[in-house]
Design a protein around this ligand. Sequence first.
Ligand SMILES: C[S@@+](CC[C@H](N)C(=O)[O-])C[C@H]1O[C@@H](n2cnc3c(N)ncnc32)[C@H](O)[C@@H]1O
Length: 331
Amino acid sequence: MAHIPVLLDEVMTAIRPRAGGLYVDGTLGGGGYARAVLAVEGARLVGIDRDPAAADVAAQLRRLYPDTFAFQQGAFSLMEQIVELSGSDGVDGVMLDLGVSSMQIDEADRGFSFQKDGPLDMRMARSGPSAADAVNHLDGDELAAIFKVYGEERHARRAARAIVEDRAETPFESTLQLAGMLARVIGGKPGRIHPATRVFQALRIYVNDELGELVRALDAAERILKPAGVLAVVTFHSLEDRIVKTFLRSRAGLTGQGSRHAPEVHTGPAPSFSLLTRKAIEPSEAEIAANPRARSSRLRAAVRSTHPAWPADDDGLPGVPPYSRLLECVR
Ligand SMILES: C[S@@+](CC[C@H](N)C(=O)[O-])C[C@H]1O[C@@H](n2cnc3c(N)ncnc32)[C@H](O)[C@@H]1O
């Protein structure tokens, strides 16, 4: 299935691409956002995606926009270095549309789907440790923490224990092998989400270091955006949204809840952003009806000020083994 871009009009309204402007799309995917930016005559775009499959979309865009489009395969946390390589000293907009594309989910051999049999892979970049590595090598407490924090799975401990028992007999290799086991130990009621949903989400986030990538990318975007440049981020679950919300609110100098009686008092460095909207923008009913994948999407956007970027944030999430632990266990 082709990827239908989510909140496209809302992202373009925030970014306002214009002739002569330079923009970064950190999640090129099917190129939906990229096409909308490049359709504005004279707008230039650097596309980034860690998935080698995005190179095909990039090649099409290069043919259509040879003078205004460039692509780099890699992690979006490296956008600062990628923009530097392109010889620019700053950008006018950064877009991030997080998570996986429909193409990635649809292809069984990528291992993202618990409904199709394929290798237990889930690596967006097709390199580094896979979901099978995590499931077969991390210890039970580590797996339970990942399922609980990244999947908000109520039966995290039960699922982790069953994995550790089963893998002693037969290591996990395929998506349906894991999904079937989870259906047995977690169970679930008909009509509810598949019992493997949360564990698969947790493994995907962990294997791709998705939240660490996001934290580093927000810091990098803050450094490369020019004054009046716009950062627009579309998230798909509460963990991502909380990171973006906390980052933008702190950078905008809005540290507390604030109220009529106790206005927010700002004490940190001068605000590096101002919020475009106080609340996250959600998809319309019409968009959700046309594209159910949009249901959980949220857009947050902010405008860069003239003040310097703040020191980078710590990307650790309490209670979850760091991504470096996964690298160690397959070394
Ligand atoms: C939801 S899709 C983006 C769809 C795109 N906006 C469009 O309109 O077609 C997310 C894409 O971001 C890529 N991606 C996710 N995390 C990434 C990261 N940390 N660095 C680079 N690319 C990433 C995925 O490989 C995927 O292709």
